[in-house]
Design a protein around this ligand. Structure first.
Ligand SMILES: *Cc1c(COP(=O)(O)O)cnc(C)c1O
Length: 494
């Protein structure tokens, strides 16, 4: 069963948790008990393909889904819509560093790893919980989730999807990817505001009783494709198992050796999935939480004080330009042994005062697991260049943040462990910055740069980013941050 991180809701089944998206009273659903997997069982999965691993992990968390349900969802999600048969291939940089490429799905960012699967899980969940209702997916995006969710939900029967993105907070490529999306049930809205404005508005709508009542009488209910939805987080646990087992299969480690994971972090979903894998018994050492100059998490892990009262910076790794990391709430709930009252108090304080401080015990527990670090914009570009020169491997800006933070960590700690660095976007998705990093030239025509970068690096443009300029623009909506609710009502004709 699933419970609320704020101790304010009854227990629900996994289907209910996924259909609801988040706890209606505020708070996030988490499993009441995490499944632990024996070493023997983990070892028995050595050599299995990604789809088999996904069925195995999902089965542990979704007792109200049949084996057949899970298989249908998993094999539908991970097929030739990914351009690599490993789904999430590992690339060796050197003896101690591997890159886990999470961007082989249709939209070139790691969000596809979850969002090709979430809609399938959600549709099954709704069939179990309230089959007569239409599900409206509201998404706040800092750029990558939007397109991945649109692709995942496009023309999925019984769903309508509305995406809000910060008008000036996404790259030209990201924007084009979104506004050219086809499908009868897709809606895309540019918001005059930043990502946190979009996310806060979406959270408010979920908690707005009047809107929810109007939806109910129209036979609709909301859900979320953001990582606040358990159905979005769960698929991400799988690739940590896949990466570890592949390292064993490649004889790079012996089963049981600890491996560190480095995760470029925004909303704390990806790194939280790594922590779940560790809790389930996967031999993971440290989790290294990499931030850009919006380093609220670096400061939090260093001091125990979470303080969002600071300037919001637009950086060259925009998918991590976030000051309120929603999924931290789930981690805090675990670190306090499920003390929902305490977590609720901290999050209320964050909302009203803009900051909170965790107690010593919680801080000490976190220190054992996670270490934070950040990279500046200049360091990010320098890392792209040096990695390309040293390994002839092209990093995107987010992955470069992670590599830089890992290098700092390695230097400070002297760690000899093998590390896996999550690569969360294909370099072509952030082509202007990557091109600038390598050539020193500042050019703004991103579409022209795709070919130039391809020529320069002798690597092909990601297939999800080809021919963007030939597609028609199908979405023109725009609103202010206070106009988001009205926009939703207008789209749904409430
Ligand atoms: C979403 C995203 C992140 C941040 O992931 P979280 O799960 O929100 O921490 C990092 N990099 C890229 C490219 C992303 O799209």
């Amino acid at each position: 069963m699933y419970i609320s991180t704020r101790d304010n809701y009854h227990k629900v089944t996994s289907a209910e948790a996924i259909a609801l998206g988040m706890v209606p009273e505020g708070g996030l659903f988490v499993p009441e008990v995490l499944p632990k997997i024996s070493t023997h069982e983990i070892q028995s999965m050595l050599g299995k393909d990604y789809q088999s691993l996904a069925c195995w992990i999902l089965g542990k968390f979704l007792p109200d889904y049949s084996e057949e349900d899970i298989k249908t969802c998993v094999y539908g999600a991970y097929s030739d819509n990914f351009d690599h048969q490993d789904i999430a291939p590992l690339v060796k940089l050197d003896e101690k560093k591997y890159i886990l490429e999470l961007w082989h799905g249709p939209t070139a960012a790691f969000k596809d790893m979850a969002l090709q699967l979430t809609p399938r899980l959600l549709v099954k969940a709704v069939q179990k919980v309230h089959p007569e209702q239409k599900t409206v997916i509201l998404v706040a995006t800092s750029g990558d989730t939007g397109k991945a969710a649109l692709e995942g939900f496009k023309d999925v029967a019984g769903t309508e999807i509305i995406v809000f993105y910060p008008a000036d907070g996404v790259s030209a490529v990201q924007k084009l990817q979104m506004v050219t999306t086809e499908g009868q049930n897709t809606h895309v809205v540019a918001v005059e505001g930043n990502f946190d404005d979009c996310q806060s508005a979406v959270k408010e709508i979920f908690a707005d009783k009047a809107t929810i009542a109007a939806m109910q009488s129209a036979g609709m209910s909301f859900s979320s494709a953001n990582s606040i939805n358990w159905g979005r987080l769960l698929p991400q646990i799988v690739y940590y198992f896949a990466a570890y087992l592949r390292l064993v299969a490649l004889n790079q480690i012996t089963f049981g050796d600890l491996v560190d994971f480095v995760v470029p972090t925004g909303n704390f979903g990806n790194i939280l999935a790594a922590w779940y894998a560790k809790e389930m018994n996967l031999p993971i050492g440290k989790l290294i939480c990499a931030s850009n100059e919006n380093k609220v998490l670096t400061d939090f892990f260093a001091t125990g004080v979470y303080d969002r009262q600071r300037e919001f910076k637009q950086t060259n790794s925009p998918s991590m330009d976030i000051l309120i990391s929603s999924n931290l709430e789930r981690f805090l709930f675990a670190m306090t042994d499920h003390d929902g009252q305490k977590v609720a108090a901290w999050l209320n304080q964050l909302q009203t005062e803009g900051c909170f401080t965790v107690d010593e015990t919680t801080k000490a527990r976190m220190d054992n697991i996670i270490v934070g670090g950040f990279a500046t914009e200049a360091e990010t570009l320098a890392t792209i260049k040096s990695c390309f020169e040293q390994y002839h491997y092209l990093l995107d800006t987010h992955t470069a943040v992670a590599l830089k933070v890992y290098e700092q960590y390695q230097k400070n700690s002297g760690s000899q462990r093998l590390a896996v660095i999550d690569s969360t976007a294909n370099p072509y998705k952030f082509v202007a910055s990557v091109y600038q990093a390598i050539t020193g030239e500042n050019e703004n025509d991103e579409l022209a740069l795709l070919d130039k970068l391809s020529h320069l690096s002798q690597t092909p443009v990601h297939r999800g980013l080809q021919n963007l300029d030939k597609k028609s623009i199908l979405h023109h909506r725009q609103c202010t941050k206070n106009g988001i609710i009205a926009e939703v009502k207008n789209i749904l004709q409430l």
